[in-house]
Design a binder for this molecule. Sequence first.
Ligand SMILES: Nc1ncnc2c1ncn2[C@@H]1O[C@H](COP(=O)(O)OP(=O)(O)OP(=O)(O)O)[C@@H](O)[C@H]1O
Length: 349
Amino acid sequence: MKPLMLKDITKKYGDTVVVNNFTADINRSELITIVGPSGCGKTTTLRMIAGFIDPTYGQISLGDRDLVNKKTKKFIEPENREIGMVFQSYAVWPHMDVFKNVSYPLKIRKVNKKELTEKTRRVLKLVHLEKYEKSYVHELSGGQQQRVALARALVMEPDLLLLDEPLSNLDAALRETMRAEIKEIQRKLEVTIINVTHDQTEAMTMSDRVIVMNQGNIVQIGTPEEIYNYPENAFVAKFIGSSNILNCKLLEKEEGRMKIEVLGTSFYVPEKDTNQETGLVSIRPHHVSVSEDSGLDATIVRRLYQGDRIEYYLEVHGETVRIITDTDNDFQIDDEIKIKINKGVWLDE
Ligand SMILES: Nc1ncnc2c1ncn2[C@@H]1O[C@H](COP(=O)(O)OP(=O)(O)OP(=O)(O)O)[C@@H](O)[C@H]1O
């Protein structure tokens, strides 16, 4: 498997820049998810890698081969890129049986019958469809149809597999199963996968690394843990998980940590390279705890019971703060409680 290099890829339509200097090195056998709100440029990026959209600038290479390089005017047609792709709409042929659907890419490349049968059966087993070889695709469920599309993309043993929201038409339970299966396939085949989604849970649970995009730009690249625990800015903190974003003031820097003032109190956050005196702090709702004795004064303004936990909106020092607690902390609107902030991250404004 080959690493993928994306360098300064830019797409403009007229004066509008929809993808701006997208640069990333994707390791072999890595599962990367590009995540971001609607219209941020995810699909355009994926289609430039596939070869369906020609970038305005930039270079994409797979191993030592340039797929596109605007400087040298190199452009390899999509069908010659050795890339598999699965879209949101399954794009399978409903009146062809499963075997024919999956083996089609091998057939048009005139692969001999024995090899075609072997490879098709191997990939059908991988996606748990070995018993459905002779079924017509229109007889299958949505999840099974999506597996057919996945098998067809994998049968050519591509160096790279691109997934464009392939799970978004499936119900929640099936989505979860398919996420696990795709991860399993990636491990078994050691294929590099780039997945596109606006579903942050999908991004977090499946990926080795996540690329967060906003308005055509990459805002952060990192492991799910890095992105969640150390968001670069307020956009990432709010988009990945939920967060209280509050104004704060830097009081002093110490070894490895910073003392900040927020909500009329002070506490420590991990040190960040900043030269600002005021900034924002991101505090996850479950990083605030209810305190028995000392703490910040808070008043319950909203209570959302969620079965295994309760979410409260509190008024604290004139600001609204969301917290999530277990159901032992059962309060009512207007109750006055004390809270402690256990963790937060500094964000530059
Ligand atoms: N052919 C085109 N001409 C002009 N603008 C385009 C064209 N294709 C896409 N765009 C614009 O580029 C931006 C990025 O589109 P893109 O489809 O890549 O977003 P996305 O992040 O995949 O969104 P979604 O999650 O809704 O699919 C959008 O604002 C879109 O309107």
